[in-house]
Design a protein around this ligand. Sequence first.
Ligand SMILES: *Cc1c(COP(=O)(O)O)cnc(C)c1O
Length: 234
Amino acid sequence: MTVEGACAATSRIATNLAYIRGRIADAAQAAGRSADTVRLIAVSKVQPAERVAAALAAGHRLFGENRVQEAERRWPPFLADHPDIRLHLIGPLQTNKVKAAVRLFDVIETVDRARLARALAAEMDKTGKRPDLYIQVNTGAEPQKAGVMPDEADALIRLCRAELGLPIVGLMGIPPQDDNPALHFALLADIAARHGLPELSMGMSGDYETAVRYGATSVRVGTAIFGNRQKPTT
Ligand SMILES: *Cc1c(COP(=O)(O)O)cnc(C)c1O
């Protein structure tokens, strides 16, 4: 990339961040909430390091990654320069990656089964490091998608909290591609409310304002900040 190209990309990402923060603030105000009740997670998966550096230069510190291994390669140098970076894991977690995930992430948003919950509890007991956890709910009950089924969410939440003593703070969801996302945001908010869980991670580039209206406390935005990802990801 040329120097001018790099500068243009940096200022474009700063502009996008400011623009999205403004729209989040407007959506929050329209819903009778203050703007600072919604966090913007910049989803940096698969994006080139220069774009991450641009977001950091713009003062952004909260990021989401969906693969443990990719995050382990990418973040240590950035963390050395900016110890106040906070990382959320937003992609599926295999039990053999639990140790690395607990080590690296501040928040793990994708707890969706008992076996994973037990592995996390064991690792937290061993290391004393206790990242906040979210339960991922498959609100559309899509067979190919991660997340606990809605009718099994209550049992998993109770297991995690009562039996395993895990620091469950909220719920995460990804609505089906072709559905009205509002229905899924409302369902997620409903489940969280009946368990007294304060955090709701929902809303992406295309629907984060709707998510804020339905109570999101974190929105996960990738392409609207960084531009298109250069290879497909799931
Ligand atoms: C990739 C991803 C996002 C961001 O998606 P965009 O449409 O690029 O904003 C949000 N949440 C999860 C779980 C993702 O995997």
